[in-house]
Design a protein around this ligand. Structure first.
Ligand code: NAD
Ligand code: UDP
Length: 332
């Protein structure tokens, strides 16, 4: 089986390439290197002992995608490529709508022309918006998104629903990720945020490495047990395995799955676990709440377990150990 992995050199894409290769599935990578480095390819080859075909193409250009489909017998596409920085999308919405929507539409057009109608799409918990209870299930309707980034995900989900309604020979799997963190246990691939990170785990990493002095914890007066925000963190290797299971096991048609652990972890719990597992101190101070943040949300992941036979295997301890192992490797 040949799978086109768009954004395959990025954080989640690269880990998925490893898991596909481990299952004897052939990944073909397309990435324009906007948010990744070509050297990730060598790391992937080192981890798996396999060679991969890389197309350094921009997916907003249809002729590029055509070329890939003309040169390869592709069975399915896992579509990771896109911009993902929430804050940047607020400052530059057109850049986000343009890249995320145009690349997806062009990709779908080429897939349709080549009669390749199997797609896995990277969506996000952000499409739920704020719900009445913090445990999000796929039965809930999409809520109001709070950033242009989130809106691109909701819009693409809608585009995929419309496409499926027009032609139900498509098999479309929408995966809603909660908070992907951690790194491959080899320490060779991991998350590479640009500039000062916005997300918690990459920020903790910069404080641990001494690049940044203090972690700002955004509020300790939320209605949660320790007052800090609660999220559902998922190890990126578990997430990657979820994609392989989705390809292998999802029923025909259009299906939506939460990929998450189902457990909420607070900011302080994550910081404390990181300190304990890695025997380090993280300087932190409590500051104002971050505008737009929800106090608490986590997933109900039972649909993925029942239908795909997938659940997370790694713990918050594994996440903290592997993330720091990757960071330390980079420093050496
Ligand atoms: P990433 O930035 O590490 O990877 C995305 C890759 O896509 C990058 O390597 C980038 O160079 C490439 N890319 C972007 N635009 C492209 C284009 N027009 N043509 C070709 N390549 C292009 O991001 P990630 O964390 O691996 O996320 C993968 C997907 O999962 C994204 O769609 C993201 O929105 C979604 N997602 C991520 C998270 C998260 O927290 N990381 C959470 C929910 C959903
Ligand atoms: N957070 C924090 N300090 C930071 C970054 C994040 O206290 O520097 C908190 C944030 O308020 C939230 C949790 O950590 O409660 C996860 O934030 P992140 O941005 O990683 O994910 P998201 O909020 O998008 O789910």
């Amino acid at each position: 089986m040949k799978i086109l992995v768009t954004g395959g050199l990025g954080f989640i894409g690269s880990h998925t390439v490893v898991e596909l290769a481990n299952e004897g599935i052939e990944p073909i990578i397309v990435d324009n290197l906007y948010n990744s480095k070509e050297e990730v390819l060598e790391k992937l080859e080192k981890i798996t002992g396999k060679k991969f075909n890389l197309y350094k193409y921009d997916l907003t250009e249809k002729e590029n995608i055509e070329r890939i489909f003309n040169e390869n017998e592709i069975d399915a596409v896992i579509h990771f490529a896109g911009y993902k920085a929430v804050g940047e999308s607020v400052k530059n919405p057109l850049m986000y709508y343009s890249n995320n929507l145009i690349s997806t539409i062009k990709l779908l057009e080429v897939m349709k022309n080549h009669n390749v109608k199997n797609l896995v799409f990277s969506s996000s918990a952000t499409v739920y918006g704020m719900q009445e209870t913090p445990k999000y299930t796929e039965k809930m309707k999409r809520g109001d998104t709070t950033s242009p980034y989130g809106t691109t995900k909701a819009m693409i989900e809608k585009i995929l629903e419309d496409l499926y309604a027009s032609d139900n020979s498509w098999n479309i799997i929408i995966l809603r990720y909660f908070n992907p963190v951690g790194a491959h246990s080899s320490g060779l691939i991991g998350e590479e945020p640009n500039g000062i990170p916005n997300n918690l785990m990459p920020y903790i990493m910069k404080v641990a490495s001494g690049e940044l002095e203090t972690l700002n914890i955004f509020g300790d007066d939320y209605p949660t047990p320790d007052g800090t925000g609660i999220r559902d963190y998922i190890h990126v290797v578990d997430l990657a395995k979820g994609h392989v299971k989705a390809l292998q096991k999802a029923p025909k048609g259009l299906n939506v799955y939460n990929l998450a652990s189902g457990k909420g972890t607070s900011v302080l719990e994550l910081v404390n676990t990181f300190e304990r597992v890695n025997n380090l101190k993280i300087n932190y101070k409590i500051v104002e709440r971050r505008p737009g943040d929800l106090a608490e949300y986590y997933a109900d992941p039972t649909k993925a377990y029942k239908e795909l036979g997938w659940k997370t295997e790694k713990t918050i301890e594994d996440i903290c150990r592997d993330a720091w192992n990757y960071e330390k490797n980079k420093m050496n």
